[in-house]
Design a protein around this ligand. Sequence first.
Ligand code: PAF
Length: 281
Amino acid sequence: MKNFTTKAELQQYLAQLKAKGAIIGFVPTMGALHRGHLSLITKAQQQCDVVVCSIFVNPTQFTDPRDLEIYPRPLQDDIKKLELVNCDILFNPGVDEMYVGNEQWHLDIGELEGLLEGKFRPGHYQGVTQIVYKLFNIVKPDVAFFGQKDYQQFMVISRMIKLLNMSVKLVMCPIERESDGLAMSSRNMHLTPDDRQHALILSQTLNDLKLNFDSDKINLLKQEAMSTINNVPGVELAYFEIADGDTLLPANEHTKHIIALVAATVGKIRLIDNVIIKNKD
Ligand code: PAF
């Protein structure tokens, strides 16, 4: 695997591959790689000639400085994992390579960035679009791969691409779960054994909702889900929403594409999860 830490070297190398007609796949990450990330690399390998993975813990998307401080950075382990799945290129820049001091600009992608996660983490998606815009400009991928776990992030990035007429195609990959249902996340490693057990209520509640979904009872089902989660010790619910999968606004009995999304702090760790309840057709 080639490992680059500067934009210039990465771009020079990619230019040679692109000149030969290679389709470039891109998997942006913040490291602490788990099976979910590796499934994105595998998907990218199926669709592209060359796969670039970036590892960059982006400071501008953290709304809580402590969260940034404790964010895991096991770089050597990550490199081993990427080599094991035969990733072609790692881009692992430092903060100074990506940012020129304290940059003040951001992209305004409209109300989507202020809903759900955006309401609880103001500025988070501005940090995400800022770094993903920069990374897309450097890598210029043909296809970029993101996980469904960050469903709203996927929508925010899709919107950015549309508004800015960027030519990259986005692919959403399914959520990878532990055998007991917990959605894989780099943050799970900070859960105490008790908190990890309590965290299962998130995926269980989403699954129960999917099994018992009734579009005439959306509000009732939402209230029940919220109270189920609120009853678990150590779990502080931020939101549980049954939303239109195209807008993330609350769903109603006529909504065709429905997703349920949850965010909660378990112990000290903020977790998110979601499940698609109903697809468009
Ligand atoms: O999903 C993530 O890991 C991050 O938000 C991303 C897309 C790599 C941007 O920093």
